[in-house]
Write a protein that binds this ligand. Structure first.
Ligand SMILES: [Cu+2]
Length: 157
C-alpha cells in the first residue's frame, strides 16, 4: 500500500505527540504524585445542617497555627462568607454543596476544588502567610448569580 509522503509525516508527528502525552502523564503521576481528587467523605444534602462538621460552618482552630474551615455552598453564596485567620496559619478546607455543583478557587493559594452535592471536598494545608484579603470564588458555573458567588478570607497580622 502506497502512503503519501505528507500522510506519513503527519502519522509520524501524531505518533510522537501521543508518545509525548503518555510520557507527560507518566512523569506527572510517578514523578510529581499527581492524582485525581477523591471525596473526603459523603453527606446527604438535605441533612447538611445536622451532619458534623457542616452543622457548625466556620473557622475552627485545630492546633497552634492550624485551622479547619467548614464551608457550605448554595446558590449563590457561601456559609460563612467571611472569616478572619491570623497570618502564618495553615487551613484545611472542608466543603460541600446544598444544591448544585460549585467550586472553590482562592487567589494566591493552591486551593482549587470542585464542590459537589453529596460529597465532602477537602483541601489540606492551605497557607495564609501574608496579611490581606484572599478572595474565594466559585469557579464552576452554577447559574445566573454565579459571578457574584464569593467569600473573603481576611488574614490578620
Ligand atoms: Cu458558581
Amino acid at each position: 500500500m502506497e502512503i503519501d509522503r505528507y500522510e506519513r509525516w503527519f502519522m509520524t508527528a501524531t505518533f510522537l505527540m501521543i508518545c509525548g502525552a503518555i510520557a507527560a502523564l507518566v512523569i506527572s503521576v510517578v514523578g510529581h504524585q499527581a492524582s485525581l481528587a477523591t471525596p473526603a467523605g459523603r453527606v446527604v444534602p438535605s441533612e447538611i445542617d445536622s451532619t458534623p462538621p457542616f452543622d457548625d460552618p466556620g473557622l475552627h482552630q485545630t492546633g497552634p497555627g492550624e485551622y479547619e474551615l467548614v464551608l457550605v455552598a448554595q446558590t449563590w453564596s457561601w456559609t460563612p462568607n467571611e472569616v478572619h485567620v491570623p497570618a502564618g496559619s495553615t487551613v484545611t478546607i472542608l466543603a460541600t454543596s446544598r444544591d448544585v455543583i460549585h467550586g472553590i478557587r482562592i487567589r494566591d493559594t493552591n486551593a482549587n476544588v470542585m464542590v459537589i452535592p453529596g460529597q465532602i471536598s477537602e483541601v489540606k494545608d492551605v497557607s495564609f502567610d501574608e496579611p490581606g484579603t484572599y478572595w474565594l470564588f466559585c469557579h464552576e458555573y452554577c447559574g445566573i448569580g454565579h459571578q457574584g458567588m464569593s467569600a473573603r478570607i481576611i488574614v490578620d497580622e
